[in-house]
Design a protein around this ligand. Structure first.
Ligand code: ASP
Length: 324
């Protein structure tokens, strides 16, 4: 009798404990892992989100930068973290392309991660060091075709959006140039500003301020239409290379197994952050479009990730462009 009563008490405690832990969520600081170094475009988005989501959930959100291998190292860390809502991942389109680019990926984004929601969409921009000899996209292409062995282009490693954009460009002009991989395009930008590397294709969230300050050259943006934030910069099609339209989406995810109420609280905080005028103004100034409320949901991100993996995997397999 006593044993049965004790057994019932233990089951009751076990039932109640997780629910009350979730009810207190977030009881601790929440870390958003950015799988690229500080100062880059994903980091910029992460820091804006951390501040706005921290405000929405009344707790501190911090950023941890774990760069390397086009974002694979940071994503792998989150995939192996405790599913308690205290470690999240902010990644980009590389989350989908790395599935095909890496034959030995240390995680599976659909099996090991839980979607929270889409964050934004950011066009890329072709930029070069300030004293680069070419000043238009046409001149860049002519220069690259003649001096391909000497020309260097920076990227964030295989799987990064900058790597993908470089692949697109090289296949469009049927010429290979020398890639210089970094752990992310924050450090790559430092070298572009310092003149140690020739050109790069990167999110406008990393390039806009330097373009406006005249510290780097810009040839074109990869959006369909010109950007209100950079109205004088032509689209790729206007600059003479149609067919390279590339939007880099960013998304927020949690380790697989994160309880449903926590995922719902995080999606609601993400939606609140994406309605915050400070975030929206900053995104607009850097050429980014915020995800709509409907896109900033676990279901919408799940469908998007499936569609992106289905879209990119055959293209990468056909190009035989593997990282390992
Ligand atoms: N722009 C980088 C990429 O190529 C990532 C970063 O450093 O934020 O994916």
């Amino acid at each position: 009798m006593l044993a049965a009563w004790l057994g019932a008490l233990v089951s009751l405690v076990l039932l109640v404990a997780p629910a009350s832990a979730e009810a207190r969520y977030p009881a601790r600081v929440v870390t958003i892992v950015v799988p690229f170094p500080a100062g880059g475009p994903t980091d910029t988005v992460g820091r804006l989100l951390a501040q706005a989501m921290g405000g929405a959930l009344k707790t501190q959100f911090i950023i941890e930068n774990i760069g390397g291998s086009g974002g694979v190292l940071g994503a792998a860390r989150v995939a192996k973290s405790a599913p308690d809502g205290t470690t999240l991942l902010l990644h980009n389109i590389g989350l989908a392309t790395s599935v095909a680019l890496y034959r030995k990926l240390p995680y599976d984004p659909r099996r090991d991660l839980e979607p929270i929601g889409l964050v934004n969409d950011v066009p890329m921009s072709f930029v070069a060091r300030r004293d680069f000899p070419a000043s238009t996209l046409g001149e860049l292409i002519d220069y690259v075709k003649v001096r391909k062995d000497e020309v260097t282009y920076a990227n964030a490693g295989i799987g990064g959006a900058s790597h993908l954009c470089g692949l697109y460009f090289m296949s469009a002009i049927a010429t290979r140039v020398t890639p210089v991989p970094y752990k992310g395009t924050g450090p790559a930008m430092n070298d572009l500003l310092g003149g140690q590397v020739d050109f790069m294709c990167d999110q406008t969230t990393n390039t806009t301020n330097h373009i406006k300050a005249g510290k780097i050259k810009v040839f074109a943006v990869t959006s369909k239409a010109r950007l209100p934030s950079l109205p004088e910069v032509p689209t790729m099609a206007e600059a003479g290379l149609p067919g390279i339209e590339l939007g880099v989406w960013h998304a927020l995810l949690a380790p697989k197994g994160t309880p449903q109420p926590i995922l719902e609280a995080l999606a609601a905080a993400l939606q609140q952050a994406l309605a915050d005028p400070l975030v929206l103004d900053r995104f607009a100034a850097l050429g980014a479009s915020a995800a709509t409320r409907d896109q900033a949901t676990p279901d919408a991100l799940r469908r998007h990730l499936d569609a992106e993996i289905a879209k990119w995997s055959p293209i990468i397999k056909a190009a035989d462009a593997y990282a390992d």
